[in-house]
Design a protein around this ligand. Structure first.
Ligand code: SF4
Ligand code: SF4
Ligand code: FES
Length: 294
């Protein structure tokens, strides 16, 4: 007999089965690829080893499609479309290396470099800079600017760990979106208009989040620099060894960058089970006592 003295329990929630996303077949640079419907063209191309240049796109951030570096030709559009934003659809035909795409990439780089200082010789990012890399790959032409370049602040201290060179910034807004969407501390914004637009903090509010250092890793150029690392070593001399952060017991995965027996920095190493692609600033600086106070 059922025991009526016990309160009735609500039924156990049943695990909801997520229906698999439909798959679509499309053609990218004359090669067929099958991906989940809705996958963007940039990721679909990556799946078959085709790298589409990009600045503002990052798989962990919202998509703004603002830099226009990833323009490709797609059979459902009369004009080039941003590959980071365009979803893959059945029977779509995509060209990533046509003459129209190459001209779009060249023109985008020309605009990005219009007021860029090109001070690579003293830039911390030289050797790991997407502006340098893509310029060599997709533009490689001298500037056609006749007048002087617009000058902005070269050394703007945003907070304890991050220094900004506003002239080098290409306004991809990765740093702004990271602080808002991942760190949950919207401490950065875009200020000004047109060629005078610049990244900055809000009045009297420094970039002091414990996750601010991730913006330096996300910045595709040498605009945001790690104040602890800047001017201490050239990035291309460093060797990256996989390691584990010494900051706390969580044990985030890191790259330990070293040269000549000396450690210069920790950078986050992607580990979906622990830290994703990020790390905190306390951990980022925890290499110092190991190196200097032994
Ligand atoms: S951001 Fe890149 S292109 Fe600009 S100065 Fe630095 S290394 Fe050179
Ligand atoms: S500072 Fe770097 S990450 Fe931020 S908008 Fe400029 S280029 Fe992009
Ligand atoms: S990466 Fe697609 S528009 Fe910037």
């Amino acid at each position: 007999m059922p025991d009526d003295t016990k309160p009735r329990q609500p039924p156990e929630p049943q695990p909801r089965s997520v229906p698999p996303r439909p798959r679509v077949k499309l053609t990218i640079d004359d090669r067929e690829v099958e991906v989940d419907a809705g996958t963007n063209l940039l990721e679909a191309a990556r799946a078959i080893g085709v790298q589409i240049p990009h600045y503002c796109y990052h798989p962990r951030l919202s998509i703004t499609a603002s830099c226009r570096m990833c323009l490709v030709e797609a059979s459902n559009s009369p004009k080039p479309v941003p590959a980071c934003q365009m979803p893959a659809t059945e029977c779509l035909v995509v060209q990533t290396r046509s003459a129209i795409v190459k001209e779009a990439q060249r023109a985008t780089l020309e605009f990005l470099l219009l007021n860029h200082p090109v001070d690579c010789a003293v830039c911390d990012q030289a050797g790991e800079c997407k502006l340098q890399d893509y310029y060599q790959e997709h533009d490689a032409q001298p500037s056609r600017l006749a007048g002087p370049k617009i000058q902005k602040e070269k050394r703007r201290v945003l907070g304890p760990l991050v220094t900004l060179d506003q002239e080098r910034c290409i306004l991809c807004t990765r740093c702004v979106r990271f602080m808002r969407e991942v760190a949950g501390e919207p401490q950065l914004g875009v200020f000004g208009r047109g060629s005078h637009e610049a990244i900055d903090t809000f009045p009297d509010k420094p970039l002091d989040s414990n996750y601010a250092g991730n913006t330096v890793d996300l910045c595709p150029v040498g605009a945001l620099t790690n104040s602890d690392f800047r001017f201490t070593a050239r990035a291309f001399f460093l060797t990256a060894t996989p390691s584990v952060c010494t900051g706390c017991a969580r044990g985030c995965s890191v790259w330990l960058d070293h040269f000549n027996g000396e450690t210069y920095r920790y950078r986050p190493r992607e580990n979906v089970a622990v830290n994703g692609p990020w790390m905190c600033d306390v951990g980022r600086l925890s290499y110092k006592p190991l190196v200097h106070d032994r």
